[in-house]
Design a protein around this ligand. Structure first.
Ligand code: FEO
Length: 382
């Protein structure tokens, strides 16, 4: 139970291998759904297709043979919308509430936009359930165009759609920020400006509880979560430290990275984090890149371009609007190193990036000259 009238009817998924077809979720995933018990009984969102029966049973266990009055659809990504049509068939008297864009998507997913049993809502519209008054806050491109959030002014709950969500099922204890940050930068990170717009609207509301579509219901210390979302969506540096991301084919670039890490520490760098991009979880490396203010990219020339894992990593940063960071480069090439120029070219449309004056160039293996460059780069980055 979340409040006297609001109950949890979501599910935990421990069978999933990749969330959204790409993110590993070692602790599974939760698809949250809620029921508001009032004169008009209201369901907030559905769950993933694999959990249709469990979700409908959760509703039935609370309502018995009674029908809900409303299904509010805040987001049409199938991890939340997959069972709308099953719900509509199970409860033919219920009305579906969503934005016009969401109804267009329902037409595409289900072949019907429920024209005879729907309420189309716009930003600022309200819906009275009896005791509970809901108002709708559109959140376009956080991270789909049809997204809206819903504020219950009676229990002071913000139903935040994917916002404030995280990876991980609810029956596993784990740190919130780590998996929320990986989720945010992986899935929502490109849309910082849109998240900022929603946070500004939310600042005018008295929010006591946040009910997201993934991860735990947040009831205490909400300032902590709101501050982190403000930091992430404004691309500010969250933690002091330097991140080194590297690839190494035969170990020579790794030797340079090890020496660089030692030199950074010797120069007083408070924290050095290292990711081997060929072996780590790429989403973890991406969240680290947005967490720290300084990043060093160490990689080889390969087929006249940047080594593939590094090229993909930089692409992931650029498409998420990477900015406001300092970047150092270590390049390795046995006959024609091109990495420095290729990397700066990939970042050319990113704002507020600075590159270190020192670039370390290794020709196959470390020598006195490249060791000296590493010492110089460490001084500059620390
Ligand atoms: Fe959790 Fe964007 O769906």
């Amino acid at each position: 139970m979340i409040t006297n009238d609001v109950k949890y009817i979501g599910v935990n998924d421990h069978n999933i291998d990749l969330f959204e077809g790409q993110y590993i979720v070692p602790n599974g995933m939760a698809y949250n759904s809620y029921i508001i018990m009032d004169e008009k009984v209201t369901i907030m969102d559905s769950v993933d297709a694999n959990f249709k029966d469990e979700w409908l049973d959760n509703i039935k266990n609370i309502l018995g043979d009674k029908s809900p009055d409303y299904l509010i659809v805040q987001h049409m990504e199938p991890d939340h919308s997959a069972n709308i049509h099953e719900f509509a068939l199970a409860y033919p008297e219920a009305t579906i509430v969503a934005t016009d864009r969401a109804f267009v998507m329902m037409g595409k997913f289900f072949g019907t936009d429920y024209a005879d049993r729907r309420i189309v809502v716009k930003d600022g519209d309200t819906l009275s359930l009896g005791k509970h008054n809901l108002s709708f806050c559109l959140a376009p491109m956080v991270h789909w165009p049809e997204v809206m959030m819903t504020y219950d002014s009676t229990d002071k709950i913000l139903f935040s759609a994917d916002g404030f969500g995280k990876f991980g099922a609810l029956d596993v204890e784990e740190d919130w920020a780590c998996e929320a940050r990986r989720y945010y930068f992986g899935i929502v990170g490109k849309y910082g400006a849109q998240v900022q717009a929603v946070l500004k609207k939310a600042a005018n509301l008295d929010i006591q509880i946040i009910c997201p579509l993934h991860g735990p219901v947040l009831k205490e210390n909400l300032g902590y979560y709101l501050d982190l979302y403000n930091t992430w969506s404004s691309y500010k540096v969250e933690s002091e430290g330097t991140l080194i991301c590297y690839t190494s084919v035969y170990g020579n670039t790794k030797k340079a990275v090890d020496m660089l890490a030692d030199e950074l520490k010797a120069n007083g760098c408070p924290k050095v984090v290292i990711n081997d991009l060929a072996r780590c979880d790429m989403a973890e490396a991406v969240e680290d890149a947005f967490r720290y203010g300084k990043i060093i990219l160490a990689t080889t020339t390969y087929n006249g371009d940047i080594f593939p894992f590094m090229r993909n990593f930089i692409h992931d940063l650029v498409e998420r609007g990477y900015k406001n960071r300092k970047i150092g480069i270590v390049e390795n090439g046995s006959w024609a190193p091109v990495v420095k120029n290729k990397i700066t070219k990939m970042f050319e449309n990113c704002k507020d990036l600075t590159f270190s004056d020192t670039v370390v160039t290794i020709h196959s293996a470390l020598n006195d000259e490249s060791r000296e460059q590493i010492k110089q780069l460490a001084k500059e980055m620390a």
